[in-house]
Design a binder for this molecule. Structure first.
Ligand code: AMP
Ligand code: MG
Length: 494
């Protein structure tokens, strides 16, 4: 059934130092918990195929993808600001790429990767497994980001088993099948810099540019053209990373572990672990309990994105590119981020066009949200309706003094707009989601998944794939978190 798929593995054509070929180690007695039909459609898979036993065996790591080459890739990276040396796919197996199409119907190859399919030469102290809890979180977050229009790796399906996995407690194993054009990371480049292998660094660069940046960057035809290729490439990665940080911050998302090995070279959100969509806004919110210093707090993410880009750019010194040229690419980062963030904020706040005098209004907005710990998602969402009825909006603030005063200024500003009220409301609601994947919602889906019940996953996917529209009968997924949500603790353990 899967033998009709057009499968390739261009990554496997790289020199052997880039990976180790090895079969996945499958789950025992696996079951298919859920398939995301939208992702399946991108791969050209129909429900007969995704419902087949062959599909289950491939996605649970028990048989190879027909026509594919299974491998684990090597990479290195900086973790929490410190050089960590060699890492790699310690619990991920690349199966190959399926010829499908993108969201616009354009043909493209999608790589499939199993996360949690056993030990590889890069597993270090790990067991090569992923627990059901973190797999459900990754599965849902991939769909949530995609629904928000934020670049991300996708997740095709989740398989589960009773196999025990030992973390703080004994949990059970699962595998998420991840989908992306490539899983190459900043750390993939750092690996060859650290190993003093300009030849392999160049090979990786050529491969990446040829396959993923062909429309934006010219491949160097000779040594003299290498610096131009590197800088063109770095410009693209800089731009994508800066915009991704603006995207994340504007939906209250914290990645949690922005180590360079978790930074996608395509500017995708990659490696969902202790991430979080904020409930009550705290500018310095830390979602990862293992991040004791707050290195990856919400308001640090833009500067960490740049820090990571410095680590990437530095690699190309061994290709003979001058520091000055490399810095020129990175110097664009701040302006790109600031502009992207401001444009989004203008739209989120319904200001239509930025005016100098808006700076104070916006600054106060963040301050009040922060001091009141007001709900990030609903504060923006309900702000659209205040000209008609401000009661739901004001209900989000425990002390109404400062926000009532602020609202007067805001209403006066809105009164000066050249667009109609209907246009303003529609434009705000198109960028301020009603539904985000709050930790407590993921937790509910996990409880059900442990009972092999995917109803909550199914319902969450319905609202998350279209988070800007009200979904009748599923309003409860937009509710503020219950008190027990404060007890949820997410850490690097997954
Ligand atoms: P992370 O912080 O989850 O992105 O992982 C950092 C490194 O540890 C990567 O090289 C992972 O492949 C590896 N890793 C994480 N968890 C496991 C595990 N359970 N088994 C093997 N390797 C792991
Ligand atoms: Mg990782």
């Amino acid at each position: 059934m899967l033998s009709t798929l057009k499968v390739s593995n261009t990554f496997a054509a790289l020199s052997s130092g880039f990976y180790t070929r090895l079969p996945a180690r499958g789950l025992n007695n696996p079951g298919l918990l859920h398939v995301n039909p939208d992702v399946a459609a991108l791969l050209g898979l129909d429900s007969t195929q995704t419902g087949s036993d062959e599909f289950l065996q491939v996605m649970s790591g028990n048989s190879a993808l027909p026509g594919g080459i299974t491998l684990a890739a090597v990479y290195s990276g900086h973790q929490f600001g410190v050089w960590a040396g060699q890492l790699g796919d310690g619990r991920a197996h690349l199966l190959g790429a399926i010829a499908g199409h993108d969201e616009n119907g354009k043909p493209c190859d999608w790589e499939l990767q199993l996360k949690g399919a056993g030990l590889t030469p890069y597993s270090r102290m790990g067991d090569g497994r992923a627990v059901l809890r973190s797999s459900v979180r990754e599965y849902l977050a991939s769909a949530a980001m995609s629904g928000l229009g934020i670049p991300t790796t996708l997740a095709l399906c989740i398989t589960q088993s009773e196999d025990p996995v030992y973390r703080e407690t004994t949990e059970t194993a699962a595998i998420v099948t991840r989908v992306a054009p490539t899983f190459i990371r900043f750390g993939s480049f750092e690996h060859w810099f650290a190993n003093r292998r300009p030849d392999l660094l160049k090979e990786l660069l050529d491969y990446t540019v040829k396959h993923f940046f062909a429309s934006e960057v010219n491949l160097a035809q000779n040594d003299a053209e290498v610096p131009a290729m590197v800088c063109g490439f770095l410009d693209c990665v800089t731009e994508r990373t800066a915009k991704l940080m603006a995207d994340w911050m504007c939906v209250g998302f914290c990645h949690g572990v922005m180590n360079t090995d978790n930074m996608s070279i395509l500017g995708l959100t990659l490696d969902y672990g202790p991430y979080g969509f904020m409930d009550g806004f705290q500018a310095n919110h830390i979602c990862n309990h293992s991040d004791t210093e707050g290195r990856y707090a919400w308001d640090q993410q833009a500067s960490i994105g740049l820090w990571n880009l410095y680590r990437l750019a530095n690699c190309f010194v061994i290709l003979g590119v001058s520091q000055e040229d490399l810095l020129k690419s990175l110097d664009r980062y701040e302006a790109i981020f600031t502009q992207a963030f401001q444009e989004k904020l203008v739209r989120k706040m319904g200001l239509h066009q930025w005016q100098e005098s808006d700076a104070g209004l916006v600054e106060q907005w963040w301050q009040i949200l922060h001091s009141q710990k007001a709900d990030f998602t609903l504060s923006f969402r309900y702000l659209s309706e205040v000209m008609q009825d401000d009661s739901r909006f004001l209900g989000l603030f425990s002390d109404k003094t400062a926000i009532t005063e602020w609202l007067q200024q805001y209403k006066a500003r809105i009164g000066t707009l050249s667009i109609t009220e209907t246009e303003r409301v529609a434009s705000m609601n198109a960028v301020n989601p009603l539904y985000v994947l709050r930790n407590y919602l993921a937790e509910r889906a996990i409880w059900d998944a442990k009972l092999k019940n995917s109803v909550t996953i199914e319902q969450l996917l319905t609202v998350l794939k279209d988070p800007y529209t009200e979904h009748a009968g599923l309003e409860h997924f937009a509710a503020l978190p219950p008190d027990w949500a404060n007890e949820i603790s997410v850490s690097c353990s997954s």
